[in-house]
Design a binder for this molecule. Structure first.
Ligand code: IPE
Ligand code: IPE
Ligand code: MG
Length: 262
């Protein structure tokens, strides 16, 4: 009862917030690349006395909304943290449930994402996942390979330190094989060997659920990224929150170690 009442109030209010922040956004200065640590599904479910997987399901809806919101303001790269290399520590049932949910959601959304010109790209060790999960994501990547409207990076079985170690190994191999001079290695060389090579670094990193940590996400790429944390749990994350993050990002002064420009 009460939940329904609160929901009926929330809808017009979130529309109001959505319009408010959308109108304030300078569409000529939208970050090219936004990364999101989608956190709080479990706590969202626990608050309702539901199993954790119900939280993950509600989280899938928030992903839908967020991709739309990002497309509406013209974000070119959206990177979503879906499953970390540390998330294997969770109970087997939760991991299995999550993988099934990823497949189910991707199957359901793929056509629409493709029609919107979104290119799907997995970052992380996809080859360690089940055959069926691999197939599902590989098919999505193939189908959308030539799309240009937006790149949707899905960080799946992803770890920032693993990514840097992978890059270091490839660079060492190139040096060993005489294809690269040791002295030529620069920060840009390492960036070229990361999973995100070719994409700009994210200008904005959003984390939900109020946690103030980066949890092994894009460690190299976020050197100068603006961080924006909301207390909202991921399933409650709305378009209005995304627009608010973009708007507040636009009010910040980025100095990159230099002095403020006039
Ligand atoms: C984020 O929500 C989803 C994944 C990590 C896959 P959590 O499952 O971490 O939710 P909390 O942090 O336990 O609330
Ligand atoms: C980060 O969330 C990973 C994803 C969102 C996929 P976690 O819930 O795993 O992070 P910690 O354990 O709170 O740092
Ligand atoms: Mg969490």
């Amino acid at each position: 009862m009460l939940n329904g009442f609160i929901k009926s109030l929330r809808t017009p209010f979130s529309r109001f917030r959505e319009d408010l922040f959308f109108k304030r956004i300078d569409l000529t200065k939208v970050p090219k690349h936004v990364a999101i640590i989608m956190d709080g599904n479990g706590r969202w479910a626990a608050k309702r006395g539901l199993p954790r997987l119900a939280g993950h399901r509600a989280g899938a809806e928030a992903i839908r909304r967020t991709i739309r919101a990002a497309a509406d303001v013209g974000v070119k790269y959206l990177t979503l943290y879906a499953f970390s290399v540390e998330n294997w520590k969770r109970p087997r049932d939760e991991v299995r449930g999550l993988m099934n949910l990823f497949e189910e959601t991707l199957r359901k959304e793929l056509q629409e994402l493709h029609e919107k010109g979104i290119k799907i790209n997995v970052i992380g060790h996809l080859e360690e996942l089940s055959k069926s999960t691999q197939r599902c994501f590989r098919e999505a990547m193939e189908l959308t390979a030539n799309n240009k409207e937006m790149i949707l990076n899905i960080a799946l079985n992803y770890g920032g330190r693993v990514e840097i170690a992978d890059a270091a190994r490839e660079i060492a191999r190139a040096v060993r094989d005489g294809k690269m001079a040791l002295e030529s290695i620069k920060p840009e060389t390492l960036a070229d060997y990361l999973y995100t090579s070719g994409s700009p670094d994210p200008e904005l990193l959003i984390r939900t659920s109020g946690e103030l940590r980066v949890s092994n996400f894009l460690l190299w790429q976020i050197a100068y990224t603006e961080l924006w944390v909301t207390a909202a749990l991921w399933p409650d994350f709305e378009k209005a929150d995304f627009y608010q993050a973009i708007y507040e990002f636009q009010q910040r002064k980025r100095r990159f170690g230099g002095l403020e420009a006039d």
